[in-house]
Design a protein around this ligand. Structure first.
Ligand code: GLV
Ligand code: GLV
Length: 330
């Protein structure tokens, strides 16, 4: 191989591997067993010559790593994630390293997990499952695991981008919920969708659904009925987890569905003991199709940059540099 590319983790599927090795790339996949690699581990992987790296959201891609990659002749880094809060894009620019992420392929998968958590929290699925497994079920009772009906309630969405909009549509259409959303940008597509669906319901003699664009996050939190349920499938630090644990303790009817945590992989003390919390280990994008797609995109990002394919657009920019709809290099 003419080029040397390092992947800090083994990733699902084989397409990403084939794409690289068919294009003159010597691929090195890190076999280190520990889950989170340190900056020193990654510097060792980069070595003296490395054209590009496929990395993970658990890694701290800052000044030190971009300097090391640049010294090794590297020009491309792709995070196998849509989020890139672990990447210092300015530092990458400074060292002439283009940064890519993997949007698009995880939109529906992530929204489906947010919907799963919404249902699990509202219908107390995890608590009920534990109850069954503990052998506690001794007959049907009118009060047993009574939860909330979503239909006719208002779902609040903070951030109506790709994932937030997909989730909003699932909740509106799937469960006949009203929508209140907050975003810096107006989502006319989402508004049109809810309007059209509301008209459809009305035409069928059902209560229509409606939407509202809030002017602040507070307005969403005040007006949404999924105020009794809070879902986080973005990044942990958007929620003050210590305050959340306190709130869960004092309000047994308040429920939360969490995929991400303030200080991953740790949970704040007390969270694990709260029955009104459904907690999963950052698996929102974890469908086979999506994870293989993310791996493929991550490989294409690096390949596109090191081989100079113009379809990958502006170097040194996250997102516009990538295009999940672009065909693979010839
Ligand atoms: C996962 O958290 C991602 O950003 O893709
Ligand atoms: C419950 O099982 C019912 O029949 O109402």
């Amino acid at each position: 191989g003419k080029y040397r590319v390092v992947s800090t983790k083994s990733m699902p599927g084989t397409r990403w591997i084939n794409l690289l090795i068919e294009q003159d790339v010597r691929l090195e996949i890190c076999t280190e067993k520990k889950t989170i690699l340190s900056v020193e581990d990654i510097i060792a992987l980069i070595g003296d010559k490395c054209d590009g790296v496929i990395g993970q959201l658990t890694e701290d891609w800052g000044e030190t790593l971009f300097a090391a990659l640049s010294r090794a002749g590297g020009t491309a880094f792709s995070n196998m994630a849509v989020g890139y809060n672990n990447v210092d894009v300015n530092a990458a620019n400074k060292y002439g390293v283009a940064v890519g992420n993997t949007p698009g392929v995880l939109t529906e998968t992530t929204a489906e997990l947010a919907a799963s958590l919404s249902l699990a929290a509202s219908r107390r699925i995890v608590e009920a499952d534990e109850f069954m497994r503990a052998g506690l079920y001794d007959g049907w009772l009118p009060h047993l695991f009574v939860g909330n009906l979503l239909k006719g309630q208002t779902v609040g969405v903070i951030g109506a981008g790709r994932i937030g909009s997909a989730y909003a549509r699932m909740m509106v259409e799937g469960f006949k919920m009203n929508l209140i959303y907050y975003d810096l940008y107006q989502s006319t597509r989402l508004e049109k969708f809810v309007t059209a669906y509301g008209e459809f319901l009305k035409a069928n003699g059902e209560t229509p659904v409606y939407w509202k664009r809030a002017s602040s996050m507070d307005e969403v939190l005040r007006e949404a009925d999924v105020e009794a349920i809070l879902i986080n499938c973005s990044r942990g630090p958007v929620i003050d987890e210590v305050a959340l644990v306190e709130h869960l303790k004092q309000n047994p009817m308040f429920r939360v569905g969490l995929d991400v945590f303030e200080d991953e992989p740790y949970m704040k003390p007390g969270l694990a003991e709260q029955k009104n919390a459904v907690i999963v280990p950052h698996i929102a994008s974890a469908s086979k199709w999506t994870r293989e797609g993310m791996a493929t995109l991550a490989a294409l990002n690096v390949l596109g940059k090191i081989k100079g394919y113009p379809i990958w657009g502006d170097p040194n920019r996250v997102e516009p540099f990538l295009n999940e709809n672009a065909p693979p290099p010839a």
